[in-house]
Design a protein around this ligand. Structure first.
Ligand code: DCP
Length: 237
């Protein structure tokens, strides 16, 4: 079953099946969450950084592919899997990315390959939402402990020419284990915002039902229905 925006928010608040950090609430869409491009990106042909010197843009030359780390690290439990999809705004510039999968129990940054088959150079802004992840509840939880790939994919990024700064960031522990991603998310302002938003909603519902007039009307309705059922059964006998 595909997760809606409400399912995603509920799961993020519980933090028992899903955690994302940094969490950008505005990137939670109807049935997906958009992830943003980080300044860690490399061209697969020359293995060099594809980011401009001021760290503002990722440059994808004609007929080439660039691997871009997302700013967000994601953790999913055994009960959730997902798929990565290109955003229409990118596809309409001629770019594409090969749709890939998010395995249950995954934790780490995502490394997304974006290809430019056009004859023009295309740029993606650092921080721009460039890929959508759709999340699904699994019918039964996946087998415990089977995690086939290392967090944040060092097997792949080690093929690129990595600077010292990049190396330091990629070695940071918060995005390389489940606990780190969950803790960072729980301590973030956007998590507090999401949590308070839910509490506001629950309080407004309880205020609504707690209101004397509404409570009276509901009480009257319930009494009438129960009374009606009793009279009906008494009449039958
Ligand atoms: N664009 C993507 C897509 C996925 N992943 C992460 C999350 C996935 O749970 C994990 C594994 O993805 P695949 O199984 O597709 O990766 P491989 O190509 O390594 O395949 P396999 O695991 O079969 O060896 O990599 C990622 O970092 N970037």
């Amino acid at each position: 079953m595909l997760l809606s925006n409400n399912d995603i928010k509920r799961e993020l608040i519980k933090a028992k099946n899903l955690a994302i950090y940094p969490l950008k609430v505005e990137n939670i869409k109807g049935s997906s969450i958009n992830l943003t491009a980080s300044k860690y990106a490399w061209n697969i042909s020359d293995k060099k950084s594809a980011v401009t010197e001021n760290d503002k843009k990722i440059v994808i030359p004609p007929n080439s592919t660039v691997c871009i780390f997302t700013e967000e690290a994601v953790w999913v439990s055994r009960r959730i899997g997902g798929t990565y999809h290109p955003r229409v705004s990118l596809v309409s510039k001629g770019l594409g990315n090969i749709s890939t999968t998010l395995d249950p129990q995954w934790y780490g940054l995502s490394l997304v390959a974006v290809n430019n088959p056009t004859s023009n150079t295309v740029e993606i802004k650092v921080g721009e939402a460039f890929v959508s992840v759709m999340l699904y509840y699994l019918k039964t939880p996946a087998t415990k402990g089977i995690i086939e790939n290392q967090a944040s994919r060092p097997d792949i990024y080690s093929r690129f020419t990595i600077s010292d700064d990049e190396e330091i960031f990629l070695a940071e522990q918060w995005h390389r284990n489940h606990h780190g991603i969950v803790t960072k998310m729980l301590n973030s302002e956007s998590y507090q915002y999401l949590y308070k938003d839910k509490m506001k909603f629950l309080t407004s519902i309880s205020n609504f039902f707690g209101h004397n007039f509404i409570a009276g009307v509901l009480g009257g309705l319930i009494t009438t229905i129960i009374g009606g059922i009793i009279i009906y059964y008494l009449g039958m006998n």
